[in-house]
Every structure is written in structure tokens, then in C-alpha cells.
Design a protein around this ligand. Structure first.
Ligand SMILES: [Ca+2]
Ligand SMILES: [Ca+2]
Length: 191
């Protein structure tokens, strides 16, 4: 699967282009501040040229009148673009409000680092987690799951190694156990 591709999450609350809501939507936008975000993450060597790389997470966000960040799309397609220092192609994450990146080290044994992306969306604190690798000049997603992230500790230890295999750890949902079933999902990371 192409890295950053979204499955099963639909855009919500998009007003009809001809409705009064649509006009109100843009009237409100004009009153607030659009801020461009560009956050660097040191990700180690991801293209195996022995030079450490940096990822820059780029997106726009809207600040409310009280300075808080509004949880909604600013650009029309709701994309987050990750740029890199070297001649490495952009990684575009669709339907995302923001992305947090972790350096994972080498998970698939090709001596280059992978990256773990935490993609924030509007549904409460549920985020999409993706492990991406840069292989043969292209980005590829080699594991994906979901996690409920509300505190800093929820971002920790989302990758584990059992024998020689790495796994991505996600959170499930179980009605009979009262909701979130923390760290109950284990996805094998492709080699
Ligand atoms: Ca490099
Ligand atoms: Ca690797």
C-alpha cells in the first residue's frame, strides 16, 4: 500500500458548496489566523547513503480567536506534506490534521531507518499509525494500525521486537470490556 493512504475514514462535516453553511464556513475562516507549521524531525539515515536525514512536517492550521488550534481541515484536501533534506521525494499524508514522526531505526534489515508516523484525525484521540520505508526510490507503507493517543506515554513503545520480527502495536476496541483495549493489536512489520 502507498504510504499515507487512508482506508475507511470519511471526511466529515464538509458543508454543501451551495449552502449557507458553506458561506458561513469561509466567513469564519477570514476572521481567524491561518498558521503554517514546519516541524523538523531527525530520522537518521533513511536512504542508506550514510548521511543522517531530516523530515519536515508541513501543514496549515487555523487558530481560533483565543489562540487555540481548531481541529479541522484548512486546505481543501486536508493533506500533510513531509519534506526531506536530501533528494528524497515528499511523503503526502491524506486526510490528516497533523503528523508526529518517530525514528524507529532499521526494522526490515536493509540498513536504512524506517519512520513511524502518528497521523492525527478528527475522531477524538484516535490516530492512524503507519510504518513507512524508503525503498527503490519510493515510499512504501509496511505496517498500519490505529491507536488512542491522549497522553505522551501513549506514543511510547509502539514498536516491539519478538525474536527477529518487529511488530507495530495498536489499540483495539471491545464493547464487553468497556471500550478501548490498549495495545491489543500486533501487526507484523513487512521485511
Ligand atoms: Ca541519508
Ligand atoms: Ca530499514
Amino acid at each position: 500500500m502507498k504510504c499515507g493512504q487512508n482506508t475507511g475514514i470519511e471526511k466529515k462535516n464538509k458543508p454543501d458548496a451551495h449552502s449557507k453553511d458553506w458561506i458561513d464556513h469561509f466567513t469564519t475562516l477570514d476572521k481567524n489566523t491561518i498558521e503554517h507549521v514546519n516541524i523538523p524531525y531527525f530520522v537518521g539515515d533513511i536512504n542508506n547513503d550514510s548521511v543522517a536525514d531530516t523530515a519536515f512536517v508541513n501543514y496549515d492550521q487555523r487558530l481560533g480567536t483565543d489562540g487555540t488550534i481548531e481541529k479541522e481541515c484548512v486546505n481543501h484536501n486536508c493533506n500533510v506534506t513531509i519534506k526531506f533534506n536530501q533528494d528524497i521525494p515528499d511523503l503526502v499524508i491524506h486526510q490528516s490534521l497533523s503528523v508526529f514522526i518517530q525514528n524507529t531505526g532499521d526494522l526490515n534489515g536493509d540498513n536504512a531507518n524506517e519512520i513511524l508516523l502518528f497521523s492525527l484525525w478528527q475522531e477524538g484521540f484516535w490516530n492512524k499509525l503507519s510504518v513507512c520505508t524508503f525503498k527503490n526510490g519510493k515510499w512504501q507503507e509496511i505496517a498500519q494500525t490505529k491507536a488512542f493517543l491522549s497522553e505522551d506515554k501513549d506514543f511510547e513503545s509502539r514498536i516491539t521486537k519478538i525474536k527477529s520480527q518487529f511488530y507495530l502495536i495498536g489499540d483495539g476496541w471491545n464493547d464487553s470490556k468497556g471500550g478501548i483495549n490498549e495495545r491489543s493489536i500486533k501487526i507484523a512489520i513487512e521485511k
